[in-house]
Each structure stands twice: as C-alpha cells, then as structure tokens.
Design a protein around this ligand. Structure first.
Ligand code: NAD
Length: 247
C-alpha cells in the first residue's frame, strides 16, 4: 500500500535538490503533492512531469519569507483540497562568509528564509491542521547545527534555531494531533554542495563513516518516514541522516 494515500502535502523548496526528490517520492507514495518554490521553471516542470506519470502534483510560486504570500498560497490549497496533512519546511539558503566578512545583509537573508520563513509556514499551515486534529510537520535542520561550521554563522544560527523551534512546536501542537520533528542531514549531493570546490567535497567525504556524500533520495526517505502515520509517536525529535558523521 502507498504510504501517503489521501494525504495533502506541501513541500517548500520543492523544485530542486532534496525538495524535488521529496516531492517525487511523496507523489509516488500517493500524496497530493504541492510544491512551493521561488523557481517557477523547475517547479512547473517537476509538477508537470509527475502529473504526466499519473501522480497528483502542483506548483505555486511562493516566497516562504513573505507572510502574505504564504497566507495566500495556504488559502488556495485549503480552497482546492480542504485540508493540509503534511508540511515539509525544506526551503533553505546559504550565504557563506567568515564572521569578519559577513555583511548584515547576508546575515538577514539567511535568517529571513531559513528561520522566519519556517515560522510563517508553520504558523499559518498549522492553524488548518488543528481544525482537523491531524498534522505532520518536518523541518530541515543540519548536521552543522550540532557542530558549527566555518564560514556559516548565519546558516548555523538558523539550523540550530530550528531544533529549538521544533521542540517548542512539538510541545504546543502535540495535543492537537500534530507531530513536529526535524531532520539533520549531513553532506548531501545537491547544488548547495556541488558548487563547493572539489578539495572541500573530498574533505567532507573523509569525515563521513560511510565514506560518501548522501543522496537527496536518502533525505526524502527520512522526510517520508516522519511524515507517515508510522511515525505517530515520534514528536520533537531531530533525526540525523548523515552516514554516521555525528557519532
Ligand atoms: P537546494 O539549494 O538544492 O534547493 C533549495 C530550494 O529552495 C531551491 O529550489 C530554491 O529555489 C528554494 N528556495 C530558496 N529560498 C526560497 C524561498 N524563500 N521560498 C521558497 N523556496 C525557496 O538545497 P538542498 O541542498 O536541496 O537543501 C534543502 C534543505 O536541506 C535546506 O533547508 C538545506 O539547508 C538543508 N540541508 C541541506 C544539506 C545539503 O548538504 N545539501 C545539508 C543539511 C541540510
């Protein structure tokens, strides 16, 4: 049986990388899959491809860091499908620089998308989950939240912040049938990582006990588990999906 049959799922940042792999997997598992992303070309192409394979998918251009856009897009989903079962807060950006060189703009851009955007999406979408007494919310943290990372003051602040927000929302929403969890991926082979120099990628691999980068599909599998009914008793957890980096 398909694991997300009759579920309506929103995946932010679903047009590329981990988000695209997640949209593809969720659609294959029977979910009505809604991709929110800034990238219209890729988002539309992915939704069209999934629909052409007989799956249920759609795309909307949404900047998750803009409250009004998230509100309007959420209302559109509710008007069309009547409910939202799953929210995958996957959209995230990097603007790397050392502490010395990082500009206030770089700091703010990352805070706006990775932290404020997740707050907006969760605040707005969870209202509708509460009405149905059901919801699964999964946030994208990172292994760097636990270790810190050279040149990523802004990014690490957001990914560590998300762990605290996940636990807080797990406490606030648990009684209302909603679980909130996070995943902490290690180094995953997406554009975010592939634009780094080869020697940096080799150094990354050398830190991973399984001696390779992760694949987006392997993160999609973790999102799927936490979004499924099987994970009903997991709440407030941060699941490391990192080939053993954190042991
Ligand atoms: P990616 O850059 O490949 O894709 C991110 C997607 O998010 C893009 O399609 C982009 O257009 C979209 N996006 C960016 N800002 C947005 C906004 N304001 N509103 C809507 N969409 C927006 O990234 P990825 O590597 O697939 O990462 C996905 C998530 O996983 C991110 O939160 C990232 O921080 C996290 N993560 C990634 C890695 C990794 O190694 N790739 C490791 C740990 C955590």
């Amino acid at each position: 049986m398909k694991r997300l049959e009759n579920k309506v799922a929103i995946i932010t940042g679903g047009a590329a990388g981990i988000g695209a792999a997640t949209a593809t997997r969720f659609a294959a598992e029977g979910a009505t899959t809604i991709i929110w992303d800034l990238d219209e070309t890729r988002g539309n192409a992915l939704a069209e491809q999934l629909c052409s394979e007989g799956k249920k998918a759609s795309f909307a251009k949404v900047n998750t860091a803009k409250y009004e856009e998230v509100e309007a897009a959420t209302k559109a989903v509710i008007e069309k499908f009547g409910k939202i079962d799953i929210l995958i807060n996957n959209a995230g950006i990097t603007r790397d620089s050392t502490l010395k060189k990082m500009t206030p703009e770089q700091w703010q851009q990352v805070i706006d998308v990775n932290l404020t955007g997740v707050f907006y999406c969760t605040k707005i979408v969870s209202e509708y989950m509460v009405e149905k007494n059901y919801g699964r919310i999964v946030n994208a943290s990172s292994v760097v939240a636990l270790y810190g990372n050279f040149g990523q003051t802004n990014y690490v602040a957001t990914k560590a912040g998300l762990i605290g927000m996940t636990k807080t929302w797990a406490r606030e929403l648990g009684k209302k049938g909603i679980t909130v969890n996070a995943i902490a991926p290690g180094f995953i082979a997406t554009e975010m990582v592939s634009k780094m120099p080869e020697n940096v990628i080799d150094a990354m691999k050398s830190k991973v006990p399984v001696a390779r980068l992760g694949q987006p599909e392997e993160i999609a599998a973790a999102y799927l588990f936490l979004a499924s009914d099987e994970a009903a008793y997991i709440n407030g957890a941060t699941l490391s999906v990192d080939g053993g980096m954190t042991i």
